[in-house]
Design a binder for this molecule. Structure first.
Ligand code: GDP
Length: 455
């Protein structure tokens, strides 16, 4: 059956040096040939792959741009299909006009992620690799980009396949036992099975812990700035984002609602809620802000607790220290440019990490960045190890791990080996789901629907 030919602008929707219109499908070269005229006069539909042609783009009789057209022949292309890419001038109007000409010539507009979905369906990459494409596009730092590229190049899939193959060989020998229970493999086999389970368990645990420590770099950290009024929370937020965002005043309780901002501190993405101070209040409007702050604090991955270094510790400060117990948190003793009045002892007792800064002058910002890396363990993150690229993959890994744990418990408990075999098979299925061989069509559709058009 012929695949329908799709087209989309693959470059951002903004003026730029070059705009790329990507066409993929059985008719891609014929359609490109209808709108693009090489100066050489060659017929694009008969072109070999890996060729570039200079020429002009036409919409009907009208010449609309000069361009270069790249030709890839199936299966040697991103999607695995015939692909033509028209590289025209990157004006917003020009790229849209070229796309319109391509669609008039017979292509259909591509859905979000449809090119990568075709690459997946044509076996050019697995599901884990496909997901890393979006992670690579949206990476905001060096380590996040390195991790995504590493997954795209198959490091994660290779490790998952190793784990799967180990489990498959165990499952195969168990299946023999289930079919021929008189063969005595219990004595000789169960130690081998236990070794396999333990090795796969260690590998999966390491992969999950790497994902957790890299999450701050790849997915961002929900952060709350907490502290009593006037300690400098809004000023801290402004320091981090590099520009004025919240209203900064001398009147206690000015910042009443939650202001959200995403900032990049070093390589770490912080999604910061600058909340009203956590305090007792009778003012109804302010109380709403305080309640909101309490809820955000409960859910936050990280709390930045701010104290005024120029004032003694108060009961309100003690309440903040108490609220942060058991949470991943950094204490900032702010206003280091003013004389130090604060007694640091209760703060140092309540927090493992305490940094002195002046949010107003930016002094101590570097120490804060280092503390952040340490607290979020991103300094331990190895982007070149096998990296998961999202919660779906983490869930598949976690499920596989759970089945292996059940298998280990069954083995230890002396449960019959067919029960152990079920655990191994379920773990294998979870790993197949991770790389896509056993992902349902609905899961696949959901993944690609989150992609941008043109990718
Ligand atoms: P919030 O109520 O905790 O959000 O506090 P603000 O950020 O509104 O700051 C309260 C007051 O403290 C303002 O007058 C700020 O200019 C001042 N302030 C904040 N940070 C510093 C600092 O590092 N040094 C000094 N000297 N003043 C600061």
């Amino acid at each position: 059956m012929k695949s329908k030919t799709i087209a989309a602008v693959a470059t951002p929707n903004a003026p730029g040096g070059i705009g790329i219109i990507r066409i993929s499908g059985d008719e891609a070269l014929e359609i490109a040939g209808k709108v693009f005229e090489p100066v050489s006069g060659e017929n694009l539909s008969r072109s070999k792959g890996y060729r570039a042609y200079f020429g002009s783009v036409r919409q009907g009789d009208e010449k609309i741009d000069q361009a270069v057209c790249l030709i890839y022949r199936a299966p040697h292309s991103y999607t695995g299909e015939n692909v033509a890419e028209i590289n025209c001038h990157g004006g917003l109007f020009v790229t849209k006009q070229v796309l319109r000409a391509v669609i008039e010539a017979g292509a259909e507009p591509a859905a979000p992620g449809e090119f990568t979905k075709r690459a997946f369906l044509n076996g050019k990459m697995d599901l884990a690799g496909s997901e890393s494409v979006m992670s690579l596009i949206s990476a905001s730092g060096k380590k996040a980009a390195a991790a995504a590229l590493n997954t795209l190049e198959g490091n994660l899939s290779g490790k998952i396949k190793e784990c799967r193959d180990k489990l498959i060989s165990v499952s195969a020998s168990l299946a023999v036992w289930v079919d021929y229970p008189d063969e005595d493999i219990e004595e000789t086999g169960s130690e081998e099975i236990m070794n396999c389970f333990t090795a796969v368990k260690a590998e999966l645990e390491q992969i999950i812990s790497r994902y957790d420590s890299g999450k701050a770099l790849t997915r961002g950290v929900d952060t709350v700035i907490a502290g009593k009024p006037n300690v400098g929370k809004s000023t801290v937020m402004n320091m981090l984002s590099g520009y004025q965002r919240s209203i900064v005043t001398d009147v206690a309780g000015t910042t009443r609602d939650v202001v959200e901002e995403e900032v990049l501190v070093g390589d770490i993405i912080l999604r910061i809620a600058d909340t009203a101070g956590i305090r007792e209040t009778d003012n109804t409007v302010e109380k709403i802000g305080v309640d909101l702050a309490e809820k955000r604090l409960d859910r936050a991955d990280l709390v930045i607790a701010v104290f005024d270094g120029n004032l003694p510790v108060t009961d309100e400060d003690r309440a903040v220290i108490e609220r942060c117990k058991g949470k991943t948190a950094i204490a900032l003793i702010n206003k280091s440019d003013l004389p130090a009045v604060i007694d640091k002892a209760p703060i140092e007792e309540g927090f493992d990490t305490v940094v002195e800064i002046s949010a107003a002058t930016g002094e101590g910002r570097q120490a804060f960045e280092q503390a952040l890396e340490k607290v979020l363990m991103t300094d331990e993150f190895d982007p070149y190890g096998a990296c998961l690229t999202g919660e779906r993959q983490r869930e598949c890994c976690r499920r596989a791990l759970q089945f292996i744990d059940e298998g280990i418990a069954a083995l230890k408990g002396g449960v019959t080996l067919d029960a152990v075999n079920v655990c191994a098979d379920c773990a294998i299925d979870s790993l197949f789901e991770l790389t896509g061989e056993k992902a349902s069509a609905a899961v696949v559709d959901e993944i690609f629907s989150k992609f941008c058009v043109g990718k």
